[in-house]
Design a protein around this ligand. Structure first.
Ligand code: BGC
Length: 742
């Protein structure tokens, strides 16, 4: 086929120039949209010089906010365009719960409820809309790739990034993240899954070696990626900082070549986490396609390796093909990015709806909630509830309209708390919204700084609402699931003064609750986003009936976790991510390799509820748990087996309010399978008017019941009897039926 190559102007076009060049793009043979992304990619590859190929396989630095004379759009990283061939730059921005780092460029984005919050909706459609919003706002701001899609399992709930992930179950997390990425990609933006794999704690993440069995990996951490992959076909997968069974994740041939590219049929490109590339030849052979954010290993060094024959042309072409096919498959080539004003007003509405679906009502004795309007005194206490709601920090930090509502702690001169991880509060005040929702009541506020004064305010009130929070950020873990002592003391003092005490938590992980029996109600609001105050007020006052259910277990104490004490790195293996100094220099140091230290994930398959079930531990609140202002009854289970299972049952709304019940299906396994007591195999959301009942069917594919067999490197169904269990949480499963499978 004859190619018509446009004459290169010689100078690098800006993103905006390329955006307007659709007509020019149509002069290229690979502009033909009826060709497959692979064919289009191959056409480009045939025209490319080695330098052009290499330029697609590494970043150009980490300009964070600045654009300057480069092609950067100010995000976390980018690859240059190739104007001669009209290949666009890939502009990457972190976007876990919204598009990040707007402030430096004088922009802002919608801050959605955090990812673990959103997971509590158990709603694939909501996850899709969440992703669509992020995809839209990325494009509006000139980005073409999302660095979101965190799907690491909450194996260690004190992980400082638990708020960015989607809980402890691979089916739930994988399904939701898959839909999130599908939403992002529907906006012609490249989606990404991260951090592949077993990056389950932040402490020593650049050095740690995660020791984990193949079967365990396949059924837990990798399973979440596999499920997400099957839903979304993401364009990118970010390999993690840590080592897995001795090799760094970004040069781990088992993870990248065998599992991701061969078994999961991944056709996009693998990019390293920032500073997570550690070699040239080994990493290239192992399946790493792109180094980010710089070119220590995949720039000149990769070129030299190709010229010397250590890396073959074929191998380099495979890396390049993956990047190019993704540019075509995502629609980025055919739909160039056009900057627009992000519609953050619409975004805020969506954020509120999602927050209302993700807040979980954990306790509600004597129906203290919802708070009815009329002549009450309501004491709102603590948690900066007069100002706003907290957000999760680190690379996920969103700069939202209104800036931060609570002045951040001062950054010390020696920089132990860097700009990168400073607390930010969104200006969505629960106090303001409660006052608006309850105009005939006297809603008072006490900062909670003095527990004595707070208790006095609580004593004078009909109801006391005390806000508590736990801030999380990339780069460090929570030392404990306990709230800060002052916060627990405040709750104790308020509860002692008023039996009608409601606790509202804003946390990114589970929290322990030494005061649980002393308070009347508990609401987990997570990091609820730009309209968090409104959403909290709507739940507390009953305008919205809560539906959220936990995607993560709340244990009674750290002592009940598989690893009661966090496994911490020795000093020489620490990178001090939160420290001062130049971030690129710190990353380069990490890239040269820090001495490893070991974590053994010897709890194996028993992640989350599977651990507490197997170990017979009582918990504060189990996986899948959440109350509502109505109640539900389950009946009439029938299980039909064919290729998979068809699980049919009836849910009835036995209360006085319309609601949505998240009905869950679990399965126990034949003993020969060697599985934990049960596994989530399906769920459905059921909308019910008061008194209404619906009969629903949940399809359970055979692969949801399969077990990974290491000897044959394949998934197998164990012959025997499976105990299907249905109900409203992992520990409230009134319906059971056994079924034989072979
Ligand atoms: C994080 C990634 C992030 C990248 C770019 C890294 O520190 O681990 O999740 O995408 O930085 O900001």
């Amino acid at each position: 086929m004859a190619l018509m190559i446009a004459v290169s102007s010689g100078s690098q076009p800006t993103l905006a120039q390329r955006s307007g060049s659709l007509e020019a793009a149509q002069h290229y043979a690979w502009s033909n949209t009826s060709l497959s992304p692979d064919d289009r990619a191959d056409m480009v590859i045939r025209e490319m010089t080695l330098d052009e190929k290499i330029s697609l396989l590494h970043g150009q630095g980490m300009p964070f906010g600045s654009t300057g004379p480069t092609e950067s759009n100010g995000g976390a990283g980018y690859t240059n365009s190739i104007p001669r061939l009209d290949i666009p730059a890939i502009q990457m921005a972190d976007s876990a719960y919204g598009v990040t780092r707007g402030a430096a460029a004088g922009r802002y984005s919608t801050a959605l409820p955090n990812n673990l919050a959103a997971a509590s909706a158990w709603d694939p459609q909501a996850a899709l809309e969440y992703g669509e919003l992020i995809g839209r706002e990325l494009r509006d701001q000139g980005y073409s790739m999302s660095l979101g899609g965190g799907v690491n399992l909450a194996r260690e709930p004190r992980d400082g990034r638990t708020f960015e992930y989607q809980g402890e179950d691979p089916l739930l997390a994988g399904t939701l993240v898959g839909n999130f990425v599908k939403g992002v990609q529907s906006e012609f933006v490249i989606g990404d899954l991260k951090h592949y794999a077993v990056n389950d704690q932040e402490s020593g993440r650049n050095a740690v070696n995660a020791n984990i069995d193949k079967r365990v990996m396949r059924e837990t951490d990798l399973r979440a990626f596999e499920i997400a992959m099957s839903v979304a076909e993401p364009g990118g997968v970010m390999c993690a900082y840590n080592r897995v069974n001795a090799d760094y994740a970004c040069e781990n041939s088992y993870l990248l070549n065998d599992v991701l590219k061969r078994d999961f049929h991944f056709r996009g490109f693998v990019l390293s986490d920032w500073g997570g590339t550690h070699s040239t030849v080994k990493a290239s052979h192992a399946g790493l396609d792109m180094e980010q954010p710089g070119q220590i290993f995949f720039g000149d060094e990769l070129k030299k390796a190709v010229e010397s024959g250590e890396v073959t042309q074929e191998e380099v072409n495979d890396h390049v093909r993956r990047v190019l096919r993704t540019i075509f498959a995502s629609g980025l080539f055919d739909h160039p990015v056009v900057r627009r004003v992000p519609d953050v007003e619409k975004g805020a509405e969506i954020a509120q709806q999602l927050a209302e679906k993700s807040i979980v009502l954990l306790k509600n004795d004597n129906q203290v909630l919802p708070i009815e309007s009329g002549d009450h005194t309501i004491a709102v206490i603590g948690g900066h509830a007069d100002a706003g709601v907290i957000t999760g920090g680190g690379s996920a930090q969103v700069d939202a309209p209104g800036g931060t509502a609570v002045p951040p702690p001062q950054v010390p001169a020696n920089g132990t708390l860097s700009r990168f991880n400073r607390q930010q509060w969104l200006p969505s005040s629960p106090l303001r919204e409660l006052r608006a929702a309850l105009p005939n009541d006297n809603v008072t506020f006490d900062s909670g700084e003095d527990p004595g004064a707070a208790a006095a305010a609580a004593k004078r009130a009909d109801v006391a609402i005390v806000f508590a929070w736990q801030w999380e950020s990339e780069g460090f873990d929570l030392p404990t699931l306990d709230l800060a002592r002052e916060q627990n003391d405040l709750i104790e003092a308020v509860a002692a003064a008023n039996p009608r005490t409601v606790v509202v938590l804003e946390t990114g992980s589970p929290a322990t609750m030494p005061w649980i029996d002393k308070v009347a109600a508990i609401v987990e609001a997570w990091y609820p986003g730009i309209r968090g105050g409104e959403a909290i007020a709507n739940i507390l006052t009953g305008k919205v009936n809560p539906t959220g259910k936990l995607a993560i277990t709340f244990p009674k104490s750290d002592a009940d976790l598989p690893h009661p004490a966090l496994v911490l790195p020795p000093p020489e293996s620490q990178m001090n991510f939160g420290g001062g100094g130049d971030i690129s220099a710190r990353m380069a140091r990490a890239a040269r390799g820090l001495p490893p230290f070991q974590i053994s994930y010897d709890e194996g398959l028993k992640v989350g509820y599977k651990w507490y079930d197997a170990e017979n531990k009582t918990v504060l609140f189990p996986f899948g748990f959440g109350l509502s202002y109505t109640t539900y009854a389950y009946s009439g289970l029938t299980v039909k087996s064919g290729d998979g299972l068809s699980v049919t049952f009836t849910v009835r709304n036995t209360g006085k309010r319309a609601g949505t019940e998240i009905a869950q299906v679990y399965s126990g396994f034949p003993a020969a399978a060697g599985e934990p007591p049960k596994r989530l195999v399906g769920w459905t959301r059921v909308d019910l008017e008061p008194g209404e009942q619906k009969t629903v069917t949940v399809a359970v594919d055979r692969d949801r019941l399969s077990v990974y067999d290491e000897a044959s490197d394949s998934w197998k169904l164990t012959t025997g009897r499976y105990d299907l269990q249905v109900g409203g949480s992992s520990r409230n499963l009134p319906l059971h039926q056994e079924v034989s499978m072979q």
